[in-house]
Design a binder for this molecule. Structure first.
Ligand code: GLP
Length: 240
């Protein structure tokens, strides 16, 4: 069973997870962070800004979960841009050591395998941050994703496109495809930290933690992992 921590605010959740990450950075020779995008991990990145001043971060490696396909990497909502803006620049990380899957259509055929190889060569992910979609997706592994899947091209569901339309000027602008680490990739990380805030996530959280382990609810894959911490606010925990 996952360790479930329910806290009163996003800031408290961010602080808890950031403390764990700072410990990793201070104590491990080659720390590898699994980075997530979306709004959920932002309190963690905010708390890290306050905590990492004065710490050596030159050795920190990171791998983002996913990226849109067919969106210019320079677009402000590409996950490359988001990770640069929210993580690399404010935390002073080495941009060469922080990777985001390549969503460029021309190289997409081998981008997944290249990414898998790079994660393995870095020694694997120590702490993997995860948000959860309202349909139970993690990364961009939509319902029906195989538990053995690795980094690959996927089609976004309409639900996810609608959920993410708030980051774009219109629904039409939201890409239809993405490249995402697979559930198999995510399960290989040594410690999974799943965060969720707000009532809109309550059903997905309850299904992920207490429902059957099923590809229909990709986040239920975390039940198969030996070291999972779930950090929630009261609203996201309300259906547990
Ligand atoms: C996005 C991301 C996921 C994220 C999820 C939830 O589509 N690909 O990694 O966990 O949706 O987003 P948010 O945290 O903004 O609710």
């Amino acid at each position: 069973m996952a360790e479930v921590v329910i806290l009163e605010s996003k800031a408290a959740a961010g602080a808890l997870v950031a403390d764990e990450i700072v410990r990793l950075i201070d104590e491990v020779k080659n720390p590898v962070l699994g980075l997530a995008t979306g709004s959920t991990p932002l309190p963690v990145y905010q708390a890290l800004r306050e905590r990492l001043t004065g710490h050596d971060v030159s050795h920190v490696r990171g791998f983002a979960l996913d990226e849109y396909v067919g969106l210019d990497a320079a677009h402000p909502e590409s996950y490359r841009s988001v990770i640069t803006r929210e993580v690399i620049e404010p935390l002073g990380l080495d941009p060469d050591l922080i990777r985001v899957p390549n969503g460029d259509l021309e190289t997409i055929r081998h981008a997944g395998d290249d990414y898998e190889r790079d994660i393995i060569e870095a020694g694997g992910v120590d702490i993997q941050l995860l948000g959860i979609g309202t349909d139970g997706h993690i990364g961009f592994n939509e319902p029906g994703s195989s538990f053995a899947s690795t980094t690959r091209l996927k089609t976004l569901t309409e639900q996810t496109r609608e959920d993410n339309a708030r980051f774009f000027d219109s629904l039409d602008e939201v890409p239809r495809h993405c490249i995402t680490q697979g559930l198999g990739t995510i399960l290989r990380a040594r410690h999974l930290v799943l965060l969720a805030f707000g009532e809109s996530k309550a059903d997905a959280v309850a299904a992920a933690l207490e429902g059957p382990v099923s590809a229909i609810l990709p986040a239920s894959a975390v039940q198969l992992h030996p070291h999972v911490t779930v950090v929630l606010d009261e609203a996201a925990a309300s259906k547990l």
